[in-house]
Design a protein around this ligand. Structure first.
Ligand code: DGJ
Length: 751
């Protein structure tokens, strides 16, 4: 009961979303129970009788006056399963017979490796708590940070590890957080991929043992993405549903090597632990020093995978991405905070590859402007001796043969055409054939005297080094200061090998896994501080560096080098489980496509890209007047509804995966005044028509007018009908909507 609380903190935290419930944070000093409420969820933990911090509840929001019993350690199941390992600790040290994944593992200077963390103290913060734990005998302190978002109920958790002793301690494993779910049946969802094949959604029942998703590559990686979602189901996995049922999800904000382990213990309870990848990890904590982990965000929805991703999208727009701002709908209704929709860009890569020059880029810029493009981006090839991927990385001067007068004439031309200018860079890399490498061969990641393995003929600069950090910030700052550049496409085209750092004492070289990424973030933040209007894209040969860490400093990402419009449908489908369409850049490129040799119509390509933040990446110098007219019309139509598409509530109506013939998505503006619908046919079979589409998320009592962006609805479809009609009766497509690679799009506007 509230009355029994001896200390009660009710902190109304300004909400990012209009009408959201306030976050409530409380601590009961009698029971030592901490409680955080936000959106539709509650998170509760307490101090158990031994002094460990134990998770008590994570799920749907509890009643305001519900009292929660004090934490009690789980019992020993048998002599083989200690109470210490069965108890769902918030942050378990490896010691005392822990068999589950530890949150923290250390080696002390004397060889002792036993770490048992007990509650010491806590302090309330603006939106949560800082809870201090300490080892039972040694001066290792861990502060667990909790910050609850009142709008979404998404909880940020991270840890600061501090050595207050007199000897150095080596941290061998440090998670941001462990999340616990009670014994039950769960379906795990996670994203994997490869170059040109990112964003595959995997689903599997959580079985006994551990499933590990990770990157050992020094960066986020294409192979797996640091996001998970767990759906609860009663009997059969098929009961897990896109729009119904409980889902717990999480995303780790870290762009270096990372690991998330999802483990079901011998008593069927599930624990998710994530943070720095412990593989090859070792961070020496000198006396008085601290190590801060990345943030692990976690959330809960009762509206299935769709509800989980809608919460995450709103959270990313309001709390992760740079420059969120308040907006209102047409009738003044406050809309959730979000950055401005992205400019429609043109990018020259697929048109020219490395063969860029002043005349060619100017010709492309003229055609791009005629289409209604807002931003012209010149890709790789403009600098140093960069004729192909064998040379030039590291030498960030303008190539004098290609641009004899520097970049200014091109940038002026782009501005005169009414667009702003963006430029490709790959700051962390060097080709051995470059002036930079000839001058500073020691700047690359390597082990002294060992081979340096090249990938794409390039090596990785060791950004953990202060001199490399200064060099990268220096040349970028100069480039942006001397040229009117609105946007950098920041690329990163290989993973690490031989990650040595021989400037450091041998025992401290593994700190490269922390310091490299911290310096990357520092440069991005400093560059933005010095150039507040500068916008940045995170690209890593496509979607190799997409996570909530890099997204704090970047405005958009390049999801994949694969721009085949059909492949993109499945990639976009997977991508949106974890990330908002606002950041999902999508270029329209040429047909047949270079990767699959698939031929598709321009309308299909345009509509596929219009599901995200639209760009054009084709060789438009060769486009016919008809193609120019169609693209221009669709770009104009896109701009009218772009905010709804990229910032609205997304409903994945029909999945394009698993051999599906059809797919469809719908986005609804937060004030429910507009919805946009995309429908795609892969290949109709046996004469089957497009399935009836029952729309979602509309206001049942509001009338909406249907209009076509491209394609037709069934003859006789009402021009205006209630939200109830569109959601219950549904929308039927025109009988002629059949064949291979067909696309149509519609908008619904409040009447
Ligand atoms: C990889 C990127 O993903 C491409 O878009 C392009 O920028 C190339 N690098 C350039 O080398």
């Amino acid at each position: 009961m509230l009355k029994t609380l001896t200390a009660f903190l009710a902190l109304l935290v300004s909400s990012a979303v209009a009408c959201a419930q306030p976050a409530l944070v409380s601590f009961d000093s009698a029971t030592k129970v901490f409680r955080l409420d936000g959106g539709g969820s509650s998170y509760v933990f307490g101090v158990n009788e031994r002094g460990e911090l134990q998770q008590l509840y994570w799920g749907g929001r509890l009643g305001a006056t519900d009292s929660i019993p004090a934490a009690k350690a789980m019992r020993e199941w048998a002599s083989f399963d200690s109470s210490y390992t069965n108890t769902p600790q918030e942050y378990a040290g490896w010691g005392a017979g822990l068999f589950m994944e530890p949150a923290l593992k250390v080696t002390f200077a004397d060889g002792n490796r036993d770490l048992v963390l007990h509650y010491q103290s806590h302090a309330a913060t603006a939106s949560g708590f800082d809870v201090v734990l300490k080892d039972i005998s040694r001066p290792i302190f861990v502060t667990l940070h909790y910050a609850m978002d009142p709008g979404s109920g998404i909880l940020a958790r991270w840890a600061t590890i501090e050595n207050r002793g007199t000897d150095a301690v080596t941290v061998e494993q440090a998670a941001a957080a462990s999340w616990a779910l009670p014994a039950g049946k769960y379906m795990l969802n996670y994203l994997t991929g490869r170059w040109a094949g990112e964003w595959t959604l995997n689903r599997e029942e959580v079985a006994g043992g551990a499933r590990v998703i990770e990157s050992r590559r020094g960066s986020t990686g294409h192979e797996a993405n640091p996001w998970f979602a767990l759906q609860r189901f009663a009997q059969q996995p098929s009961e897990a549903d896109e729009e119904h049922g409980e889902v717990w999800f999480g995303a780790l904000a870290w762009s270096g090597s990372w690991r998330i382990s999802i483990a079901k213990d011998q008593l069927d309870a599930v624990r998710v632990t994530g943070g720095f990848n412990p593989f090859d990890f070792g961070y020496v904590l000198h006396p008085g020093k601290t190590l801060e982990t990345p943030i692990f965000y976690g959330g809960y929805s009762t509206h299935g995978m769709g509800g989980a991703s809608r919460l995450l999208h709103r959270f990313e727009l309001a709390h992760i991405l740079p420059n969120p701002r308040a907006t209102t709908g047409a009738d003044g209704t406050p809309l959730p905070m979000a950055p401005k929709p992205r400019p429609v860009i043109y990018n020259s890569w697929e048109a020219t590859e490395f063969n860029v020059n002043e005349a060619g880029q100017m010709a492309l810029a003229e055609k791009a402007a005629a289409l209604g493009v807002d931003r012209f981006v010149m890709d790789d090839g403009w600098f140093g001796q960069r004729k192909d991927d064998h040379a030039g990385l590291g030498d960030w001067y303008v190539n004098p043969e290609k641009f004899p007068h520097g970049l200014k004439p091109l940038i002026d031309k782009v501005h005169a055409l009414g667009m702003d200018f963006g430029l490709w860079v790959e700051p962390e890399m060097v080709n051995p054939d470059s002036d930079l490498y000839r001058k500073h061969p020691d700047w690359v990641l390597n082990f002294k005297g060992r081979p340096e393995s090249e990938q794409r003929n390039q090596l990785v600069l060791n950004l953990a080094r202060p001199d490399v950090r200064a060099y990268i910030l220096g040349f970028l700052d100069k480039l942006v200061t001397e040229n009117d550049i609105a946007f950098l496409k920041w690329d990163y085209n290989r993973n690490w090998s031989e990650p040595g750092w021989d400037q450091m004492p041998p025992a401290e070289q593994k700190a490269v896994y922390v310091e490299y990424t911290r310096n990357l973030y520092w440069i991005l933040a400093e560059l933005r501080r010095r150039h507040p209007k500068l916008e940045i894209e995170s690209c890593s040969g496509g979607g190799g560096r997409v996570d909530l860490g890099i997204l704090k400093y970047t405005d958009e990402v390049w999801p994949s080098d694969n721009t085949d419009p059909f492949d993109r449908l499945t990639q976009q489908y997977g991508f949106t489980y974890a990330y908002t369409p606002q950041i999902m850049m999508a270029w329209v490129t040429d047909s047949p496509h270079w990767l699959n040799n698939r031929t598709t119509s321009l309308q299909y390509r345009m509509l596929s890209s219009m599901e995200g933040s639209l760009g054009i990446g084709a060789n438009i110098a060769r486009w016919s007047p008809d193609e120019m007219t169609m693209a221009k019309g669709l770009i104009a139509a896109y701009k009218q509804v772009q905010a709804t598409i990229v910032q609205g509530d997304l409903y994945r109506l029909l999945s394009p995966t698993d051999g599906s013939e059809f797919s469809a998505t719908e986005t609804v503006k937060a004030d429910k005044s507009q919805a946009v619908l995309f429908t795609f046919i892969h290949s109709t079979q046996e004469g089957r028509g497009f399935p009836l589409l029952k729309l979602k998320g509309l206001d049942a009592k509001t009338n909406y007018a249907l209009s076509s962006i491209a394609g037709k609805a069934r003859t006789g479809t009402p021009e205006v009908a209630s939200g109830a009609w569109w959601m219950n009766h549904g929308l039927e497509m025109d009988a002629g909507f059949r064949g291979d690679f067909q696309a149509a799009a519609f908008r619904l506007d409040r009447k």
